[in-house]
Design a protein around this ligand. Structure first.
Ligand code: EPS
Length: 391
């Protein structure tokens, strides 16, 4: 399963096309909308989120509520488009009063993108480098999630840090991979602890007042996985690489770790590796388990069957209301970086986008193991595999 997306942040719409979706996956626009709304929410978002109410329009690949084995195309209209139709027109000449974005923001794709494609108007870059593009990823990821739910796989996420506010038992939560989804969804910053959520909200308010922006950390946790998804024989088979690449492809993500992650580098082997045990009360039958999950659900580039635990760090948003110094691309004079309408903090949204990226990687890996064409065949292969590894 693979996706591609298109669409400018202030163009008429975003589009996602998901290829290699098997027939028989239950899929509805309303189901996709749930994830689109989760991405839109989160304390610290900017004015754009008050304008948009992202809705998925399924253009192809679904009939009577189920996929039919053809590419699934999804459109998300930009409600802001009428305000931009002249500045972003596909036809004609630029309006005489067009304001060009020629003061690149440090930390954004503005400067390097402008150098790359040979423009002095960074709008040509920022329209696509904008985090708005992640709405299409979430729509594509919802297709992968729908496929995985037929196989018992569930994906969630929670925020563990915003600015200097850290969820205190972060390491414990990461090890176990269990958290209260109800508490997370009830928190405006996707943090399972109510008191820490409030501190995070205050930190965002303070950043807003200071003309600042904030980054943070989040965890993605996946349950219901079977062992042996991914592979060890070729570099490209390794699920760890595919997952890290997918999460790092999200704008502003600067690092990814699994399970104990960087902490594993400071501990002796006996305190890192997870003992292999029989499932409790099984009498020596059933899928072999682990006494702990420091590996974060991955060994040798494959799932172990324990929860997959991915942590990532997001840098602060580059657009600042008290802008940094930059160079005007036309005059080469020192100036202030441009001030686009922006978010103060988008860590909760990034966590939802990461869920989608993880879903797409896992869906692809499950298909490689159990088949591509149709759900009944895939489920039969899946059942046979579970039976074999349980003996
Ligand atoms: C975003 C849409 C953008 C920003 C934000 C996230 O809309 P606009 O640029 O019209 O305000 O709110 O984008 C960025 C933080 C960024 O760096 O581009 C969205 O849909 O998530």
């Amino acid at each position: 399963m693979r996706y591609q997306s298109a669409g400018e942040s202030h163009g008429p719409a975003l589009v996602a096309i998901v290829n290699e979706v098997p027939a028989g996956v239950i899929l509805s626009a309303a189901g996709i909308d749930v994830d689109l709304a989760r991405r839109q929410s989160g304390y610290g978002r900017g004015g754009r989120m008050a304008i948009e109410q992202d809705r998925a329009e399924i253009l192809s690949g679904v009939r009577f509520g189920k996929t039919i084995g053809s590419p699934v195309a999804i459109k998300i209209s930009n409600r802001d488009w009428p305000n931009w139709s002249e500045r972003m027109s596909q036809e004609g000449r630029p309006p005489h009063d067009l304001v060009r974005e020629q003061s690149p923001r440090p930390g954004h794709a503005d400067l390097v993108g402008a150098l790359k494609i040979g423009t002095q108007d960074c709008r040509d870059i920022l329209e696509r480098a904008s985090a708005r593009e992640t709405a299409s990823r979430v729509a594509a990821g919802a297709v992968a999630r729908a496929f995985l739910s037929h196989l018992g796989v569930e994906i969630g996420s929670y925020v563990t840090r915003i600015g200097s506010v850290i969820l205190p038992d972060e390491a414990i939560a990461r090890k176990k991979g269990v958290f209260s989804a109800t508490k997370v969804e009830a928190s405006s910053v996707r943090c399972p602890d109510e008191a820490v959520s409030l501190e995070m909200v205050t930190a965002i308010d303070e950043a807003r007042a200071a003309g600042e922006s904030l980054g943070g950390w989040f965890n993605v946790s996946v349950t219901g996985l079977v062992p042996g998804i991914g592979g060890y024989a070729q570099a490209s088979d390794r699920l760890s690489g595919a997952l890290a690449g997918a999460v790092c492809s999200i704008p502003a993500i600067k690092g990814v770790q699994f399970g104990l992650g960087f902490l594993a580098g400071g501990l002796p082997g006996s305190q890192v590796h997870d003992a292999i045990v029989n499932p409790e009360g099984s009498g020596g039958k059933g899928i072999l388990r682990r006494a702990s999950n420091n590996a974060g659900g991955l060994e040798g580039g494959m799932t172990t069957g324990e929860p997959l635990l991915i942590s990532a760090v997001m840098k602060p948003i580059p657009t600042l209301t008290k802008p940094l110094q930059t160079i005007d691309l036309l005059s080469r004079q020192i100036t202030e970086a441009s001030k686009e309408r922006s978010d103060i903090c988008a860590v909760p949204a990034a966590a939802v986008v990461a869920e989608a990226e993880v879903a797409l990687v896992l869906a692809d890996a499950y298909q490689r193991k159990f088949g591509y064409d149709t759900m009944p065949d895939i489920l039969e292969a899946f059942k046979a595999y579970i039976e074999r590894i349980s003996r």
